[in-house]
Design a protein around this ligand. Sequence first.
Ligand SMILES: Cc1ncc(COP(=O)(O)O)c(C=O)c1O
Length: 382
Amino acid sequence: MSPEPAYKKSLSEFIGCSPDQFFLYWKGRVALYAALKAMGIKEGDEVIVPSFTCVVVPNAIMYLGARPIYVDIDPKTLNTTLELIQAAVSERTKCILIQNTFGLSSQVDEIIDFAKEKGITTIEDCTHGFGGTYQGKPNGVRSDFSFFSSQWNKPFSTGVGGILLVNNNDFREKVNQVNTDLIYPGFKSRVMLKLLILFNKFFITDRTYWLLVRLYRFWSKTGLVIGSSSDDELNSPMMPEGFFMGGCNVQYREGVKALNKLKGLIDLRKKNAFLFTSFLKENGKYYVDPSLESDHSFLKYPFLVKDRIAFMKKAEQASIRLGEWFESQIHPVHEHFELWELKPKNFPVSKEMSSHMLNLPTEIKNPNKVIQFLKKNLDDLI
Ligand SMILES: Cc1ncc(COP(=O)(O)O)c(C=O)c1O
């Protein structure tokens, strides 16, 4: 089987749906943009999004001339709630985006029922949640659309990558129409992606991690290397040239291999997360409530520190690979929030969380090293 159908088959087996429901893109943000365009989002429309997300989410909305309407989060789930969404809906609301944050979906059925009543389309942002479940069913199967990311730090990786799952058949033909405008990665991009994947496999160790991540972030921002976000995407909500890009065989081949290992990886993430929960709970610090564990696939484990920058320095010295999601309400942007129509103070919970949050790595063989590090620096934790 050629790489694209093989990848769609693997994806569909994992999620339990038909391969024809999947559409593949260069990145998750491109899949989101395609879904918004297929549902006819246009100037003046409003799309509800969490105020605790990645800037590429409001970007995709604003590229179509629509407005992101931010909603605060629940500090326990780090997701929006039905009540907060209801308060933000207007007659201009065309879409509600339901985010799976760090591997946790919450109130999905309630939000979808409400949206249906109002004739509003739903998208699940499952970029953190591929392979996980919500109330026994795979993440992403309930809403009209859902999208996933297979970027470096996501549930499984193809370097960069985006997947759109269309659950509402009425939209499938529209997505096909939208996709006629796609451009495809050229030879240079494909080779570079393959080299980055190999490099990541063979050269990243606990000791080299921070130096290489810093170099990678610098080069990818300048556009010299394929990366998560370019300077253009972080400086304004204007669509950069070459944004609407489809996927390629390098990603599809890598995806099939990575999906074969995903079940084991999710088990490992959950096992480590449970250890972190008991440690943090025992020591009176912020932890993920055990009542959320069955729906959580723990891509990252969130915890809170008094001084994020100082704590990151300590982690680097101890060769602990902490994550910085979401160190801003529209990560990783730190200024000119007005460009994205965000008033940070209007969303006090996400503001507070993003000022103090870091993430523990869950994909590790030695969780005790992390726990020992936390123990040593317990006074720095909230
Ligand atoms: C919540 C959220 N949504 C969307 C995206 C976009 O995914 P991608 O980087 O594949 O475009 C990200 C990326 O990190 C994310 O964290």
